[in-house]
Ligand binder design. Structure first.
Ligand SMILES: [Ca+2]
Ligand SMILES: [Ca+2]
Length: 217
């Protein structure tokens, strides 16, 4: 190898290293950071894709720590029910909630690319890194689970009525010792049907209920 070629080779190597360093640096700022604040001793059921999660969360802007959302003071102050891992919440939260246990508390830092991006979304400004403090209250096997469907389908006719869903929610609440009034259950049931009852006939078929994936079928 001539000296010139050797120098050229070293230069190329240098560029490659710089390039890789840059790519890695970009990558690391694009990752969700998870800090476990509290982990209960017994983890009964870890959150997995398709599960229904019940959680309280507060959202803060990383740059100045100002709070832009608080589920405890928003609307009726109720924790949110949502399906995990299907984009019902921002991507960074779906990533940050993975394998979380009921009762666990996490601080989840989400880069803008996995939150509201370059544009932002009122009240979140453009390119904002967000910090969420999440308390996961309950994990239920969600829409993907035939287990949950069969449990709810009391008369085994392969469809769910509003009453069946409501009964199930009440039973779950009782099991978990959660006191809620009738209107709360009615609101959750209406929400479930609004999202899933595609033909609006007032019942949910297996297909309507399993709207996301069909792994178990
Ligand atoms: Ca039924
Ligand atoms: Ca239907």
């Amino acid at each position: 190898m001539s000296e010139r070629l050797f120098l050229y080779f070293i230069l190329c190597l240098h560029f490659i290293v710089v390039f890789i360093t840059l790519v890695c640096a970009t990558d690391s700022t694009d990752e969700v950071q998870i800090e476990v604040i509290y982990l209960p001793e017994n983890c009964t059921q870890k959150a997995r894709k398709g599960d229904l999660l019940h959680a309280h969360y507060d959202g803060y802007l990383a740059k100045d720590g100002s709070q832009f959302y608080c589920s405890r003071s928003a609307k009726d102050g109720q924790p949110h029910w949502f399906v995990h891992g299907v984009g019902e919440v921002i991507k960074g939260l779906d990533i940050g909630l993975k394998d979380m246990c009921p009762g666990e508390k996490r601080k989840i830092t989400v880069p803008p690319s996995l939150a509201f991006g370059e544009k932002g979304k009122d009240p979140v400004p453009p390119n904002a890194t967000l910090i969420f403090k999440v308390e996961l209250l309950h994990v239920r096997r969600g829409p993907r689970s035939m287990e949950a469907f069969n449990e709810m389908d009391h008369n085994n006719d392969r469809t769910l009525t509003k009453e069946e869903v409501k009964e199930h929610l009440k039973m779950e609440a009782k099991k978990l010792n959660v006191q809620k009034d009738e209107s709360y259950f009615d609101a959750v049931v209406s929400d479930v049907f609004r999202r899933n009852d595609e033909d609006a006939d007032g019942t949910l078929t297996i297909k309507e209920y399993n709207v996301y994936e069909h792994d178990e079928l």
